[in-house]
Structures are given as C-alpha cells and as structure tokens.
Design a protein around this ligand. Structure first.
Ligand code: ADP
Length: 259
C-alpha cells in the first residue's frame, strides 16, 4: 500500500499516516463496514500500524463491530485521542455522538466532522488508515478524495445486479476524482449450508469478477455469506481475529495489500 502524500493546499491528510485506504460501496448493507473492520484487524495481525476511521456518518457501525463503547476524549480540548481495539486505533463519528440520535447534518457539518476526524485525531505513525466511507457517492467521498488524496479505494459489492449497478457509480466517481481503484471485493456470494453441505449462490455469482475484469482491476477477495462473520461483527470481535477460512481470506487480502 504505497504512500501518496498529496491532498492540495487544503489537505486534511494527517502527516504521520503513510497510506490511506478508502473502503466504499454503491449501496448500504453489502458489508463495507464488515470488510473495513476485518481488514483493519488482519493488517494489524500482519504487523502493520493501522487506524480505522469510521466516516459512515449516517450509519456509524465501527464502535459496535470493533467492540468499543467508550466516548472519544480530548484531554486538551484540541487533539482527540483515538480509541483502541484489537491492535487498531479507531475513531468513529459514532464515538462522538449520543447513541440512538439521528444525524441530520448537512454538507458543511459533514465536512467539519470528516476534517476533525482526519486532522484533529492524534493518529500517530500509521502504515495505513482505513476509511469506512458512507455508501454511495456523496460529499464525504468527494471531500476525502480531493483533500486527503487516498492511496487507493476498494469497492465492496454483492454479486447481485442492483448492488453492482450502484457499485459502478462509485467506481466511476473514483475514476473521475483520480483516486486509484485497488480492486473490488465480492461479499456474500456463496452460502455453505452447515447442515446439508450444499452451496447456494444467494446473491448470484461471478458478477463482481466480471466487473473487475471489465475495469482491468483485480478481484481482491470473494467472501462467503457466513454466520460467524455476522455474529462476530455483532459481538465486536471481527472474524479475522480467529483462524477459520474467512479469517484466512482476510489474512491473504492483507498480505496482498501490504506487498
Ligand atoms: P455496509 O457497511 O455495507 O452497510 P455492513 O458491514 O454493516 O454493511 O453489513 C450489513 C450486515 O450484514 C451486518 O449485520 C453484517 O454483520 C452482515 N454481513 C456483512 N458481511 C457478511 C457476510 N459475508 N456474511 C454474513 N453476514 C455479513
């Protein structure tokens, strides 16, 4: 994950962060946050210094997925101390707000929150900062690309047509903003029934691989629908912490990105 120290005059890119990885999706519910937390953990397991910034302003799920309930603190009222979980430094808009409160923020406030989480958090030296973006192609994505110059973006999609159509818009946005697309991840493709052993392609199969080929970018991983992934995410213990097949897939993904 090479460095890419840019971001223009109005850069919000923290100087001590070597690379920024944006995790995106065309629509919600495809597993973008699940992939973000598991990739963060897998990279930390591989010896990288990792930060996870939950920029999914309207649905911040990283406090739950990483198992962090604490509020973010700022001892001097200026610099925010990031939270820590599973060897990863973490900051989420959810850790700055009251639980169960709807966010009805408009553009400028969203930008303020993103800027604060990028440049006022004491991230320290990081090899990689993973940014869990909101779904779609809104203000947060554009600001991140223009002012933080991510090293690259990874787009998560299910193989289902409607998800792929939206993913294509996200891909188009990154191309327009000149953010390199590192690859696509297919999530929730195959379901392996633990009872009868049968494999079912619940959201179809192959669509994301075809899309990656069309774009000339790698398919970085194909992850199954997996009960353990869902349960461990809900329990704040990402599945990548363990040792099963899904954890191995995340370990391979982390290795591939580090090279
Ligand atoms: P998004 O960030 O795209 O909105 P999430 O990561 O929040 O999606 O995932 C939506 C729901 O689907 C969560 O409950 C999560 O635990 C579950 N989920 C995500 N990926 C998988 C998977 N591969 N297998 C089973 N459940 C998954």
């Amino acid at each position: 994950i090479g460095g890419h120290p840019k971001g223009g005059d109005r850069s919000i890119r923290p100087a001590s962060v070597r690379s920024i990885l944006a995790i995106a999706s065309g629509k919600g519910g495809v597993g973008k946050s699940t992939v973000s937390s598991n990739l963060a953990v897998a990279l930390a397991k591989a010896g990288q210094k990792v930060g996870l910034l939950d920029a999914d302003i309207h649905g911040p799920s990283q406090p739950r997925m990483m198992g962090v309930n604490a509020r973010a603190a700022s001892p001097d009222g200026k610099v925010i101390t990031p939270l820590q979980a599973h060897g990863v430094k973490m900051m989420s808009i959810g850790s700055m707000m009251e639980a169960d409160k709807a966010v009805i923020w408009r553009g400028p406030m969203l930008m303020g929150a993103l800027q604060q989480m990028m440049s006022q958090v004491d991230w320290g030296d990081l090899d990689v900062l993973i940014v869990d973006l909101p779904p779609g192609t809104g203000d947060v994505q554009v600001t991140l690309c223009q002012r933080a110059a991510p090293t690259g973006a990874i787009v998560v999609s299910t193989p289902q047509d409607v998800a792929l159509l939206d993913a294509r818009k996200a891909i188009d946005m990154f191309q327009t903003l000149k953010t390199p697309i590192l690859g696509l991840i297919e999530n929730m493709s195959l379901f392996h029934c633990p009872h009868c052993g049968e494999e079912t392609e619940i959201f179809g199969h192959g669509g994301v691989a075809d899309e990656a080929e069309r774009l000339g970018v790698p398919l970085l991983a194909a992850l199954p629908i997996d009960l353990e992934t869902r349960l461990s995410g809900d329990a704040g213990q990402p599945v990548a912490l363990g040792e099963g097949a899904v954890a191995e897939a995340y370990a391979r993904l982390a290795d591939r990105l580090v090279q």
